[in-house]
Design a binder for this molecule. Structure first.
Ligand code: UT7
Length: 337
């Protein structure tokens, strides 16, 4: 028998602390960095984001993932013992090792599962879902838990107004289950791409074998995220639109066949520019960047969960997920919900 895969449950979790633009303006002012609520709102569309309290064990990366995963399991009517595989997308893990997947497995008591992390930055959930789909199609896995979770606060440079205003913390999860190959509801196709030549657009210089963190490098904040925002903006619009169109084309579809588009939530202006390029109405684009900022690998699963829970996404509808992120990584997944 041949198999396909489909999402049967989704869930999200965010830290409690709502950080409004007004709070950011005050925080940066104390550091001597100038910004304004108006600039942040108009240039990014972000109104607020959530930021983890690192002293609170419930707001660490795998704790947020745990909470999101429990909600996804409940929706799917499954328990932790049903999970065969945990694919955990993050670029801000609990620890360099062991993997966040192992932390999560331990927290959930999902001891039948094996797990691994994927670092494809903001494209992580797409990479993770595509990986789970392949394992399920091969028959080796029946039930997979795919997570996109980030606690980016520790790698943000609060003196860099270009980047720190964009990001937030959060987690999204999906239960992906085996279904017969001829099922109407399934992941139709997934398409992953990367271009390592564009690494300099978004990276963290120190903390790996390229560059150890020394006190001098720490003082220079080389362990913090660096971003070429303007260049990344242009690349983002192009790669998101191209990837979406290629995926539709490979499935002999056009944007007219799409019910929902769920792009990576980096900046509301990027989302609008992509919708514009695709000639696709914003009413059919799921957006949560206004309330949560850019949560990297968590943007797509949390936006998907929101649309799923509030009933906008209906059974049988066609949904396209498209992401880009540091690397550069990008890709799309097309599904019949
Ligand atoms: O998940 C992927 C992660 N990242 C992204 O996708 C980021 C993509 N890029 C962006 O979202 C936007 O490029 C930014 C939000 C980062 C910047 O917006 P922009 O409209 O591209 O601004 P810009 O870089 O062209 O800068 C315009 C001006 C500059 O001042 P001058 O040189 O014109 O005097 C910046 O210094 O805005 C200034 N600026 C700010 N002003 C107030 C940059 N950041 C701020 C700020 N507050 N926070």
């Amino acid at each position: 028998m041949n198999f396909a895969a489909r999402i049967t449950g989704t869930g999200s979790a965010f830290p409690k602390n709502r950080v409004t633009n007004s709070t950011i303006v005050k925080k940066l002012a104390k550091l001597g960095v100038e910004t304004s609520e108006k600039w942040i709102r108009e240039r990014t569309g972000i109104q607020e984001r959530r930021i983890s309290d690192l002293e609170n064990p419930n707001e660490r990366n795998s704790s947020l993932a745990f909470s999101a995963a429990q909600k996804a399991l409940d929706m799917a009517g499954k328990s932790p013992e049903d999970i065969d595989q945990i694919i955990y997308a993050t670029c801000s893990p609990d620890t360099p090792l062991p993997s966040s997947a192992c932390w999560l497995q331990h927290k959930m008591g999902a001891y039948k599962a094996w797990g691994m992390d994927i670092n494809a930055a903001c494209s992580g959930f797409i990479y993770g879902l595509a990986t789970a789909e392949r394992f399920i199609r091969s028959g080796q896995v029946v039930t997979s838990l795919v997570v996109g979770a980030e606690v980016l606060n520790p790698i943000l440079n609060w003196e860099d107004r270009n980047s720190c205003i964009l990001f937030g913390d959060g987690a999204g999860a999906a239960i992906v289950e085996q279904t017969p190959e001829d099922s109407a509801r399934q992941i139709l196709s997934s398409h992953l791409l990367s271009d390592g030549s564009l690494w300099e657009l978004l990276y963290v210089p120190a903390g790996g074998s390229n560059m150890e963190v020394t006190p001098e490098r720490y003082a220079k904040k080389l362990h913090k995220l660096r971003m070429k925002g303007k260049e990344l903006f242009k690349v983002a619009v192009k790669t998101l639109a191209d990837s979406a169109l290629q995926t539709l084309k490979k499935n002999h579809m056009t944007t007219d066949d799409l019910d929902w588009f769920v792009p990576h939530q980096a900046n509301h202006r990027i989302i609008e520019a992509v919708a514009n390029r695709l000639d696709f109405p914003m009413e059919k684009v799921l957006v949560n960047v206004d309330r949560f900022g850019n949560t990297s690998a968590a943007t797509i699963p949390t936006a998907l969960d929101e649309g799923n829970r509030d009933g906008r996404i209906k059974q049988g509808q066609t949904v396209l997920l498209t992401a880009f992120g540091a690397g550069l990584t990008y890709g799309s997944i097309l599904m019949r919900w």
